[in-house]
Design a protein around this ligand. Structure first.
Ligand SMILES: [Zn+2]
Length: 339
């Protein structure tokens, strides 16, 4: 088969790779229905995160089970499954506590921008769609669960979004936009999305944003204070990962408020004293997507949410390099790839 490999900044190749096989008895092999390019793939693509030689790419996936190892019990060939970017046994103490992305058996997935994929810990990692394989038009929605929706949902969960609450979302990438959708599902009354791009503002409103703020940094914090009678927001979702976005998020929260941060931090530093006097709850990390998968799949199959709308570019998998370019140049919010 062919798969996606990053050789260096801007250098994505779709080239011959070994077709994955069962290695551990707890593995499954999937034939992917779709995969995609993640915002976090752009960090190494832009040379902002070093790589150790040629690196196979991709960690978002859904598709059909082809084969399972001898120790796999609940996952069966023919099922349509969705899995997280982090594998989990779904049974260790961290998994039972709801933090499957800290599972003692966690591996971060790679190699998903390919037609076939090996998934470790298949029973714990994968969730089959109830009632058999879904219709093909639901595939983008289900693929979104694998990372971006699960991560946006965790941002809202970690930010303790409550019915009637005021929420600020920092970041208008796919995760931020799905953070808006998640906050709406959790009953937020006011959702302020921070965005300067027309198409993203429009999608944010469609997902439930009530207000848009285009300012950044201190000006953005001042705008949020103005809009909330000087109080700040109950919940802030930080979906970028830069120093500016993190400070903006912490600044926008009310004393006692919550910041859920899911943007992978790049060069973010905190001053202890500054944090001490801000009085905010900070909770974030790689999202325990597995905790939310059954609920998110249910919302999709019941037609309650359409997170797949964040995919505004669909390409055949062999044009993956163009998929990266379009996202890098912000011509696309998120690229879906069809093997
Ligand atoms: Zn575990």
């Amino acid at each position: 088969m062919k798969g996606t490999v990053l050789y260096g900044p801007g250098d994505i190749r779709f080239e011959d790779r070994e077709t994955p096989k069962i290695i551990e008895p707890t593995d499954a092999i999937l034939r992917l229905a779709a995969t995609c390019v993640c915002g976090s793939d752009l960090w190494p693509y832009r040379g902002l995160q070093p790589i150790d030689g040629p690196t196979p790419m991709g960690h978002e996936y859904c598709g059909f089970v082809e084969e399972v190892g001898t120790a796999v019990k609940s996952i069966k060939p023919g099922q349509f499954v969705v899995g997280s970017f982090a594998t989990s046994d779904n049974s260790c103490p961290h998994c039972q506590y709801g933090y499957q992305s800290s599972c003692i058996h966690r591996e971060f997935m790679l190699r998903a921008q390919a037609p076939f994929l090996r998934v470790p810990q298949a029973d714990g990692t994968l969730v089959p769609t109830p009632g058999g394989p879904p219709s093909d038009d639901l595939v983008p929605n289900l693929l979104a669960c694998s990372d971006v929706l699960g991560t946006g949902w965790f941002a809202a969960d970690a930010a303790s979004v409550k019915p009637g609450g005021t929420v600020v979302v920092v970041g208008d990438g796919a995760v931020g936009l799905l953070g808006v959708l998640s906050a709406k599902q959790m009953g937020a009354a006011r959702i302020i999305a921070m965005s300067r791009h027309d198409a993203r503002q429009k999608l944010a409103r469609e997902f439930g944003a009530t207000d848009i703020v285009a300012e950044r940094g201190d000006e953005a914090v001042a705008r949020i204070k103005d809009m909330t009678k000087g109080i700040g927001a109950d919940s802030v979702l930080e979906c970028v990962g830069t120093q500016e976005s993190m400070m903006q998020a912490i600044g926008a929260a009310s004393p006692g408020g919550y910041v859920g941060y899911v943007g992978v931090p790049h060069g973010v530093e905190f001053k202890g004293e500054q944090l001490f006097y801000r009085h905010v709850h900070l909770h974030g990390g790689p999202a325990p997507v597995r905790r939310f998968l059954p609920k998110l799949i249910d919302l999709i199959l019941n037609g309650r949410i359409n997170p797949g709308k964040v995919f505004d570019l669909t390409l055949p998998l062999d044009q993956v390099a163009e998929g990266y370019r379009a996202m890098d140049e912000r011509r696309a919010i998120k690229t879906l790839l069809r093997p």
